[in-house]
Design a protein around this ligand. Structure first.
Ligand code: VGL
Ligand code: ZN
Length: 202
């Protein structure tokens, strides 16, 4: 049961992460009915929106000769290079039309700085530049977070790990997520979440 101190955090359910999108996650649109039903049950829902400028450094197209899904060293660590996706103002960056966007009380955009990616809803990929979400949730008295969305092994997983590190009680509902699963990333994310005390529920 959702209590007043609960919030649902809905990660990146955008056209580009759904079938037909630039960085499509298999079955990404299948989670919509469950996500919408959860939003109706939680007292607070927050949506995140991946929101990159065209010159974003996580795009393979901005690294001449580099292939999508390869890795490059960045000042903050290794960065996977992605097909260009969720470009600010594009249709691909819009929320999936089937998502109950009007229920959300906050829409948090991330990944808008050209030089750094932001998988997590709490910190950019240097793990230290804050997005402000933790402060928002704390000021509202929220202590328990339930994560759903795309993709389980990247933006959902990194967000859940940061939330646990910040002291929130954290749950991920796996049936309301889908994964990219790049080179074992799904199992690695699951193991890291379990080790951090994140509750993975079916
Ligand atoms: C995501 C890769 C790049 C995600 C965002 O939402 O999981 N993955 N940008
Ligand atoms: Zn992205």
């Amino acid at each position: 049961m959702a209590e007043p101190q609960d919030a649902l955090i809905v990660i990146d359910i955008q056209n580009d992460f759904c079938p037909g999108g630039a960085l499509a996650v298999a079955g990404g649109d299948e989670i919509l009915p469950q996500v919408n039903a959860l939003m109706a049950q939680f007292p607070v829902s927050v949506l995140t929106q991946d929101w990159h400028p065209e010159n974003h450094s996580s795009f393979a197209a901005n690294h001449p000769g580099a292939a999508p899904f390869s890795q490059v060293p960045m000042p903050y660590g290794m960065q996977t290079l992605w097909p260009s996706h969720c470009v600010q103002g594009s249709e691909g960056a819009d929320f999936h039309p089937g998502l109950d966007v009007e229920r959300a009380e906050l829409i948090l955009r991330k990944g808008f700085r050209p030089g750094i990616d932001s998988y997590s809803a709490f910190f950019e990929n240097d793990r230290s530049t804050a997005t402000g979400l933790a402060g928002y949730l704390r000021e509202r008295g929220i202590t328990r977070l339930t994560f759903v969305g795309l993709a389980l092994d990247f933006c959902v997983g990194w967000s859940a790990l940061d939330a646990a590190r910040l002291g929130f009680e954290v749950r991920v509902i796996e049936s309301a997520c889908r994964a990219i699963d790049l080179d074992g990333s799904l199992e690695a994310a699951r193991a890291a979440m379990r080790a951090a005390g994140v509750e993975l529920s079916a």
